[in-house]
Design a protein around this ligand. Structure first.
Ligand SMILES: [Zn+2]
Length: 488
């Protein structure tokens, strides 16, 4: 979700808490500057003179800066809090927004200890009252309840805004690739399956393009088709990008992950956020012809806060680590409202590997800054891990299901029904601010509705190499209480 769509008129300073500042703020700040909004960020890499100049401006009583991006960790510092109290006393603090607000809850899949400290805003800015906006793309009813409680928000005056989690223009599909013992074979099967699917997409795209362009020259190449492939490891990103680029299928694929130099990551982000499809520009500069596909093979941070509305497909190379991640990452396809595809490759070997990685990764965001300002107790860590395991359990249930519409599963697991009830109890004016209801039908936009449960069930059975006994155990894992299956 882009902050640009959310901003009220910026008459006063607007403090925006941003989780992955370096990734998100680069794009958001640039977009806001393009609209002529005076915006600033303070983070660990801001040079001291620049930081001083921003603070001096904010404390001047008539600041030029209208919007300030900071991290939750920075909000924990005494100096920043003192400065913010002065800005508030001068009547210049208009609103506080907390992005990725689900991180405040230990029941969220992505808990960050420093987020809990943001309750300080509600306690401190009471007179005059500063409104607080909490934003999240993915939060279960339990997490939403926790966010409201922990931020100290007044339930009687909360206004809810909601867009459906499952997007009607996205075709959701799970691909069951047989799990066999040799990793290389398993990987090779996925590669071949993806290449075949890309061939199909390219042929259809070319046919439509030639038909719609009314051109007599059938050699005119359409713009590249953009897609993201999410992979679990940096090494997989490098290797898969190489394989796709060398496949002879006219694919331009680049790897994106935290191991790349900052300048290279910035270059890829800028390219991806550019108006037209990404690698096209780069290829044109080199004098190379347009590729048929422009693909970024990335670890899961890529795409957050980078607004490219023309992504036509998102592929998860392995099951995503969290259900919220599944919804959010697949939702990066088709933001222009046109048809787009989400594919998840699933087999039980990968399921077990992801689960092992999940258990090892105690607190993915509780880095040094988080521990310094907001240490996490053993109980809190245990709750966080439990929340992540539960969230991954939903991913498994989503992938294992062969007889339910995937849109319906997303709607149920995301708690959209509860939110719709809350929305309907608001006044008509408030309700009209929200987007369309999530009750839109699937209209064959998932594999189960399109091909039928029998076919999908057959595909899944082909994947299974296990006994009926294990199958029964996995089915039991999909029922309420499935987390007990994942004992650790
Ligand atoms: Zn469906």
């Amino acid at each position: 979700m882009s902050s640009c769509r959310l901003l009220p008129p910026l008459e006063k300073v607007f403090a925006f808490n941003c989780p992955l500042l370096l990734v998100m703020a680069v794009d958001q700040v640039a977009a806001l500057e393009a609209y002529g909004i005076p915006v600033a960020t303070i983070n660990g890499t801001t040079p001291l003179p620049e930081r001083k100049a921003i603070i001096e401006d904010l404390l001047s009583g008539h600041p030029k800066t209208r919007l300030l991006y900071v991290t939750p960790e920075f909000c924990c510092t005494e100096t920043f809090r003192r400065n913010l109290i002065r800005i508030h006393a001068q009547g210049e603090l208009n609103r506080v927004a907390i992005d990725e607000a689900h991180c405040i809850s230990e029941w969220g899949h992505d808990f960050r200890p420093a987020y809990k400290e943001l309750s300080w805003f509600r306690k401190t800015f009471t007179s005059p009252l500063v409104p607080i906006t909490a934003l999240t793309a993915t939060a279960t009813p339990k997490v939403r309840d926790d966010v409201v409680k922990l931020l100290g928000l007044d339930r009687t005056s909360i206004k809810w805004f909601h867009t459906p989690s499952a997007r009607p223009n996205i075709h959701y599909e799970v691909r069951y690739i047989e799990g066999i013992e040799e990793d290389d074979d398993e990987e090779e099967k996925r590669v071949q399956d993806l290449l075949q699917w890309l061939d199909f997409v390219r042929n259809r795209h070319h046919t439509r393009h030639n038909r719609d362009s009314c051109s007599t020259d059938t050699n005119v190449k359409p713009p590249p088709i953009s897609g993201i492939v999410y992979v679990p490891l940096r090494s997989v990103a490098d290797e898969l990008a190489r394989i796709l680029s060398c496949s002879g299928r006219d694919i331009h694929a680049i790897a994106y992950h935290a191991g790349l130099p900052a300048s290279e990551r910035k270059r890829i982000q800028n390219m991806w956020a550019s108006k037209d499809t990404t690698a096209d520009d780069m290829n044109q500069q080199n004098g190379a012809p347009r590729p048929a596909f422009s693909i970024v093979v990335a670890t899961n941070a890529f795409g957050m806060g980078i607004d490219n509305p023309h992504v036509r497909f998102v592929v998860h190379w392995t099951p995503p680590r969290s259900f919220e991640g599944l919804v959010q990452e697949s939702g990066r396809a088709g933001r222009d409202g046109r048809a787009a595809v989400s594919i998840i490759y699933y087999n039980r070997n990968e399921r077990d590997r992801v689960f092992e990685r999940l258990k090892k990764d105690e607190n993915p965001h509780g880095g040094r800054a988080g521990n310094r300002y907001a240490p996490q107790s053993a109980n809190s860590k245990a709750r966080s891990l439990q929340a992540r395991v539960e969230s991954f359990g939903k991913v498994i249930a989503f992938c294992e299901a062969t007889n339910r519409c995937r849109h319906q599963i997303i709607k149920e697991f995301s708690g959209d029904l509860e939110l719709e009830n809350i929305m309907s109890s608001q006044t008509t004016d408030q309700a009209s601010c929200s987007s369309s209801s999530s009750s839109s039908p699937c209209d064959f936009a998932c594999d189960v509705c399109k091909y039928g449960p029998e076919k999908i069930s057959r595909q899944k059975k082909d994947m299974l190499k296990f006994t009926a006994q294990l199958e029964a155990a996995v089915m039991a894992a999909m029922l309420p209480g499935y987390e007990s299956f994942w004992s650790f």
